[in-house]
Design a protein around this ligand. Structure first.
Ligand SMILES: [Zn+2]
Length: 384
């Protein structure tokens, strides 16, 4: 029995020294296995107590248990110390002074004027209760033309010089309809006209009208900003890439008067509290009636004349500036989403579309559209 007691004391002092000297959490774990694991000597002693003489069991059991508890406590304490140490060292090594300037210090940038103008427009309509939605730039003809009341062969399709996309270049998972055909593709000897299955770069953000109505029952109040594409020249007032905000409001009670009030509010928020708007008859395939909307000129105050008596070049002397096209949604468009809760006999709405580029040019006096795309910081830096 004295032998076993001595053995326990010996194991305990060995382990205590080893634990005190352990330099990492990993080393500590090895020591735990060696001294307290299933195959450790102390564990074997505790297991073998039942085989000892009855008078030995008490004292040996007490000594072995005391040794085990002491070592467990020691291990735990040492582990805390080592972990705190490790954390301390890690923090010291990774210390970053976030208040230092960048290296090298760089001037802070700002959004392009087009994005800024887009956000201004979004803010105004969010304030009127609209939601902002975005949609795909590579779009099916169905949404871009067909469901917006441009049947195949409709002259308005030709008026918008459209970029077509070869559907074979698209990821098959993104293709929404099977086997689209390209315009002009010859089938059985006859070239096909553009049709609903063709794929285009959207020529306006209006395709989201139908997509939004497919996804949501009326009432609906959305604006859709985004890039659009038409085969236009690149000059001071044209670009093959331009930016549009489409608006759509549909309910059982929307009228043309609501459109007028909404656009008046927009004109005042965007161009100043004195602005008025006026409607002129217009034509768009997907609205009926359609109107062109002018806002009273913010430079000459609607007189067409500058203080020195010269003609105002912004409004060309008319006192009015054309800012967008709009109208009441054509019932034929609702016909495409009738199954989604848009019964053309029960609901009505208005839609409008405005060019962000044009609004930005007007509001900030930019005379050349190309300035928006050239990334010349001397120009862009003026608008922060
Ligand atoms: Zn003017």
């Amino acid at each position: 029995m004295a032998d076993i007691q001595a053995k326990i004391d010996d194991l305990r002092s060995q382990a205590e020294a080893a634990i005190a000297g352990a330099s990492s959490v990993e080393a500590l774990e090895e020591l735990r296995v060696r001294y307290l694991g299933r195959k450790a000597e102390l564990t074997q002693i505790l297991r073998g107590i039942g085989e000892l003489a009855p008078e030995e069991r008490g004292p040996v059991g007490q000594a072995a248990n005391a040794a085990r508890q002491a070592l467990e406590a020691l291990l735990e304490r040492r582990r805390s110390e080592l972990e705190a140490d490790q954390l301390e060292r890690g923090l010291a090594a990774e210390a970053i002074d976030v208040t230092l300037p960048g290296s090298p210090a760089v001037p802070v940038g700002s959004p392009n004027l087009l994005i800024r103008t887009q956000r201004e427009i979004e803010d105004i309509f969010c304030g009127l209760g609209y939601r902002v939605m975005e949609g795909p730039e590579v779009e099916l003809d169905y949404y871009n033309f067909t469901a917006l009341n441009h049947p195949p062969g409709h002259p308005a399709r030709m008026a918008q010089d459209t970029f077509y996309v070869d559907p074979a270049t698209l990821d098959p998972e993104l293709r929404l309809v099977p086997a689209p055909t390209l315009p002009g593709e010859v089938v059985d000897g006859d070239p096909l006209p553009p049709g609903p299955e063709d794929v285009v770069l959207r020529t306006h953000t209006s395709p989201m009208q139908v997509r939004a109505m497919e996804a949501q029952e009326p009432p609906i109040f959305i604006v859709v900003p985004g890039r659009c594409y038409r085969s236009d020249p690149f000059d001071a007032t044209h670009s093959p890439i331009f930016h549009q905000v489409e608006g759509l409001a549909v309910s059982e009670t929307i009228t043309l008067a609501d459109l007028k009030g909404t656009l008046d509010e927009f004109a005042r928020a965007m161009f100043g509290p004195e602005r008025r708007s006026r409607f002129r008859p217009g034509f768009f395939p997907f609205t009926e009636p359609s109107v062109e909307v002018d806002v009273s000129c913010f430079r000459c105050g609607g007189t067409g004349e500058l203080p020195d008596g010269s003609r105002d070049s912004i409004c060309k002397g008319t006192g009015w500036i054309e800012i967008l096209g709009s109208g009441m949604v054509d019932p034929n468009v609702f016909g495409f989403v009738k199954a989604n809760g848009y019964d053309p006999d029960a609901i009505q709405g208005f839609a409008f579309g405005m060019g962000i580029d044009r609004i930005a040019m007007l509001k900030y006096g930019v005379t050349d559209l190309r300035k928006f795309f050239e990334n010349d910081v001397r120009v862009l830096g003026q608008f922060r």
